[in-house]
Design a protein around this ligand. Structure first.
Ligand code: BGC
Length: 741
């Protein structure tokens, strides 16, 4: 742009604000779009450039001259990350920034309860608001493609429908606080090793049917105000500067009006970033990856290099104005919204929400002879074994690491609940990772133990022999190579020799309960020898209380798996058919998703002979449910009509319980291959003993459709379908045939 024009713009922007008349951009009674245009018209090119990139690790500048405040972001997604230094990842050492940690998103997905998601969003949004954050960096909805992905714990499982239903209320809950969500990582960020240089090759059908629907729901139904682009490449371009993903699909097809925030260090080129959709650049030069200087914000791709191109007349300002409009819109929705509530933090209500979501998300995988719940009457001795019974899990795992006001460990939770009714003995069993630090936040726990595995096992077995119950609490943790950002797991197996400990305990005592804490499926070679198995997750501040309530039966478990547990890694399609990154490299790695749409249970169903260890949607209860025969209100539906499917479910046990009634649709014949069945509805219902309820599902055309990549459209092909009512992907209760005319 010419100097004279810049000068005119600066003049226009500098006119004094009259005391009587509020300028349009500050007038909250004016529509947002008018305010955006007004503010835009007052800004100089330099000011515009300034607001589209970071000024510190987590903030971008406002326009001080116009009274437009800075924009503050923060991780996300399980609580509000502690303050870090201006230009360092190290925590700033504030004493007012500890938070309540909510359960990991895998647990939220495992509740299969959108009400829990709304509560979660409202609560974490209130914490973010209280800490004066404008953008909370989460939630994540990348699809669970491999159990090795170190970040699966931050996502919502393998099914696009489930994650779509669960992400929408979270977004609404957070944004009610005048805090934006930042739904991440768009898109195809399905493993961590080589996350900056993996180029994903996936067909359009899998892209639209599996990897995009949760993002689309987040944008169109959740009305997410920001989206974070992913680190990886797609079609040979980084997702932070990707025409297809950001321009064509997100802003084009879906009509996204918010701002695209780059992942930290996810922008690599000025011209592409200008042209292809990222609106706010964060983390470039400063993440240790692109080797920059401290405080190098002026060198960001969308900073001086962009301004220089404009000044040299090499690019115009059309794209700049579009980016600035989006950033201003975000500001009016968040930082400049004076009608938003003030938020609350560390409140008893937030602890209660964290506890409740944990209780609803825990999955009872196996319960032979009704070993659980633990009966405290007559019980003298309970032995708790395993590092995860005591290890703090809110510190570690990468950017989602938190500084909590308190965290109740599983052992503490069990002790609090058992009280003096029985002796609770703790033995270590194995030593995993004794360290506990992330960016200067330390757990303060001393978990060092120099004994040999043999000594630890011998001690555990000796204590277990005369116990009424033995509870082994192990699994993964948040250390590198486990459930942790920027690394993947080396194998499906449990680390630290835990299988040996479990086998020794199973031989010593028949009343063994194994609690697996993880955000991923693990191999369980001892599954037949262990009567009771519980899938626990990273449950945050109230972890121990949630677990103890389920173990003793104060709460009847009602969580269902949001992903398939395979027996072996080779049973996972990404490993059997598709490709997956193993070794770390600096070169671009092409990873082909050869399995296409057959991810998770879609693959397990297709295999027929290869049974999963535990199927998608599986989870037991302390009561029993009986399903009636499902019925439909018609034999056929039209493309613009609906079909109602009804089924009665009765609690046939002696306790109140919740059941997740699942609806899958099966397309009997189509011109493109289709999965055996796909989840298209679910409802969680609460039933008193003996109570019966009718559950109703309304089926619309979109539940029957597949994506025809050649036509680039969703197709509902007339013909025969089945509505399948199930208690898991492998536990079918009844089917109703119908036709689409
Ligand atoms: C992560 C994001 C996170 C950001 C800021 C990145 O490395 O991938 O999920 O929000 O850092 O901490």
């Amino acid at each position: 742009m010419k100097k004279e024009i810049l000068f005119t713009l600066a003049l226009a922007a500098a006119f004094p604000l009259s005391a009587q008349q509020k300028p349009v951009y500050l007038d909250e009674n004016k529509p947002i779009e008018e305010r955006v245009e007004d503010a835009l018209g007052r800004m100089t090119v330099e000011e515009k450039i300034a607001v589209i990139h970071a000024q510190s690790k987590f903030s971008s500048p406002g326009v001080a001259r116009l009274g437009i405040p800075e924009l503050w972001t923060d991780d996300g997604p399980h609580g509000v990350r502690p303050e870090v230094l201006w230009d360092e990842w190290e925590q700033a050492g504030w004493t007012n920034d500890s938070c309540v940690a909510f359960p990991a998103l895998t647990c939220l997905a495992a509740t299969w309860n959108p009400e829990m998601s709304l509560l979660y969003g409202q609560s974490v949004g209130e914490e973010a608001r209280y800490r004066e954050k404008d953008v909370l960096l989460g939630p994540g909805v990348n699809i669970y493609r491999t159990p090795l992905n170190g970040r699966n714990f931050e996502y919502m499982g393998e099914d696009p429908y489930l994650s779509g239903r669960m992400v929408v209320p979270y977004i609404q809950g957070v944004q009610q606080n005048g805090v934006a969500v930042c739904v991440k990582h768009f898109a195809l960020n399905n493993h961590e090793v080589n996350r900056h240089n993996t180029n994903v090759i996936v067909d359009d059908r899998a892209l639209y049917e599996i990897y995009l629907p949760a993002f689309k729901a987040a944008v169109q139904e959740g009305k997410a105000w920001t989206i974070m682009s992913a680190y990886n490449l797609y079609e040979n371009h980084h997702c932070g500067q990707n025409k297809r993903l950001l321009d064509d699909i997100l802003k084009g097809e879906w009509g996204f009006d918010g701002a695209v925030v780059s992942d930290w260090g996810g922008v690599h080129n000025t011209e592409q970033a200008i042209a292809y959709g990222v609106d706010l650049e964060f983390g470039s030069w400063t993440d240790g990856l692109s080797g920059g200087l401290g405080n190098a914000y002026d060198n960001y791709f969308l900073a001086q290099p962009y301004l220089k191109l404009i000044k040299e007349g090499k690019v115009g300002t059309k794209e700049l104005d579009d980016k600035v409009r989006r950033v201003l819109r975000l500001m009016f929705r968040t930082s400049m919204n004076t009608r938003k509530p003030f938020g609350t933090m560390r409140s008893p209500e937030h602890y209660a929400v964290a506890r409740r979501i944990g209780e609803e998300g825990i999955v009872l995988l196996k319960n032979a002879d009704n070993l659980l719940p633990i009966s405290l009457g007559g019980t003298k001795k309970i032995v708790v074994v395993g590092e995860n019974a005591v290890k703090m899990m809110t510190v570690g795992g990468g950017s989602s690491s938190l500084k909590v006001q308190r965290e109740v460990s599983p052992l503490q939770g069990i002790r609090d609940r058992v009280g003096d009714k029985a002796e609770v003995v703790y033995v270590r069993g194995y030593v995993g990772d004794a360290s506990g630090e992330y960016n200067g936040v330390v757990t303060g726990q001393n978990l060092k133990d120099d004994r040999t595995p043999e000594e630890l096992i011998a001690e555990a077995v000796q204590e277990a022999e005369d116990a009424d119950y033995v509870i082994f609490i192990g699994g993964l943790n948040k250390s590198a190579g486990q459930d942790c950002e920027d690394s993947d797991r080396a194998s499906l197996g449990l680390p630290y020799g835990q299988d040996r400990v479990i086998e020794a305990l199973a031989a010593a005592n028949r009343n063994l309960i194994v609690v697996n804490i993880s955000g991923n499926a693990v191999a369980m070679p001892w599954v037949e020898q262990v009567p009771a198995i519980v899938q626990d997750w990273y449950l945050g501040s109230e972890a121990g209380h949630s677990l103890a309530s389920v173990l003793v039966g104060d709460v009847n478990p009602s969580g269902k798996l949001p992903f398939t547990f395979p027996v072996r890694l080779e049973d996972v399609p990404a490993h059997q058919l598709g490709e997956y990154t193993g070794e770390r490299t600096q070169d671009t790695v092409n990873i082909k998703y050869n399995e296409g749409i057959f991810v998770g249970y879609r693959w397990a169903d297709k295999q027929k002979k290869v049974k999963p260890l535990f199927p998608f949607g599986h989870g037991l209860s302390y009561t029993t449910f009986e399903y009636g025969q499902p019925t439909a209100d018609a034999k056929a539906m039209t493309a613009d009509g609906t079909l109602t499917v009804r089924v009665t479910v009765k609690n046939t046990g002696t306790r109140e319980g919740q059941e997740v009634v699942q609806l899958y649709i099966s397309d009997k014949k189509s011109y493109l291959p289709r999965p055996v069945k796909e989840l298209k509805g679910f409802q969680k219902i609460k039933l008193a003993p003996g109570e019966e309820k009718e559950v109703t599902f309304t089926i619309r055309k979109d539940a029957l459709s597949f994506f025809d990549a050649d036509k680039h459209e969703w197709v509902a092909e007339p013909g025969k379908f089945e509505a399948i009512i199930a208690a898991s992907a492998a536990d079918i209760k009844g089917k109703v045939p119908f036709e689409l005319q």
